[in-house]
Design a protein around this ligand. Sequence first.
Ligand code: ARG
Length: 412
Amino acid sequence: MAERIVLAYSGGLDTSAATKWLQEDRGYEVICLLIDLGNVEDMEGAERRANEAGAIEYAVVDAREDFMRYFAFPALAANAVYEGEYPLATALGRPLIAKLLVDKAREVGATAVAHGCTGKGNDQVRFDVALATLAPDLTIVGTAREHQWTREEALDYCRGHGISVEGGERSPYSIDENMWGRAIEAGELEDPWVTPPEDAYQWTRPIGQTPDEAAEVELGFERGMPVSLDGEPISSVDLVDRLNELAGMHGVGRLDMVENRLVGIKSREVYEAPAAVALLAAHRKLETLTLTKDQMRMKARVAQEYADLVYNGQWFSAHHQDLASYVQSTQRHVTGEVRLRLWRGHADAVGTRSDRSLYNYALATYGSEDDFDQQAALGFIKLWGLPLEVQARQQLLREPADPLRLAAPGEE
Ligand code: ARG
């Protein structure tokens, strides 16, 4: 009896060709698993092609809610963005897909799993590491890595095997998308000097076509997780869908970076992530009210470490568990509301409140209700500056130099 393999199937040209190839070339019985993270456009076509390509089973899993709850929102709580910008949509999706592939493999008694990632990207690393971690006994086949077909070759292969791929006016870019964001690469973008062509974007309007009127939304958070929109409780999936639409309409969430891949190359990446960018702005603002200075400083360091480990495919690791525990602990008072203004490509948090707020009006005000003891500042300043006074007397002033030049080395 032939061995079984579960393929992470997208419904597109490449994984349709891969379905056939895994049977013909490798002798597997193929189970096509379509995992919906909010990215599936042509559900019917996907099923048809899986059948035409000879899959013995075709299955769909709607994983959108789990994706938000266990992946995107915890990353939001961490304020995790890679290299200062990328909210990690693709990177966060991979470990969940890997987990669901393993579940399916167990269910159907498969000995192998497959994905269609190329051998140049981060995604193969994320898949392979996650799979090897969760199910070291399963064989992993990277179909694109093994046959390295061009687009034309994949098309020919499908046509030759009766797989209908006619709707071939596909975009000139390589695209990966899920609810947390859309990644666009290759094509003209490979020249970092080239302005991203407007046709690269699908979720966001160019600034020139955004509404003249700003939109304002009120986002409610509980322990760092978004739970309401304009005062109404809302599910994670609905919230992110709504925000992608609304913030995208206002041109929010376009990112254009030259990014350092794990596999050692720099690559030009364009992203659209309206909801993620909006939610990050709101969450960060609420933290400014509810976290102490020390927590914010430490958390910013953890955010970077967290983003790197997600990007680098180390989701299923003790290091991640440790950082996630820290992040979760920091969120216990991050409860409150943020008013977010969406306009001309910006998502600005313009108001915040929380009944756990550390902002103290009586201490902060310059008005008549001022409670701050200004005389106490004198003693504080005396001690704070004391070591510098000693140092100046003992060292700096011994060799008088122009104080303006101290910070400009190299000038004589
Ligand atoms: N550079 C991003 C990442 O590594 C996005 C990858 C998108 N994948 C794609 N096939 N277009 O997370």
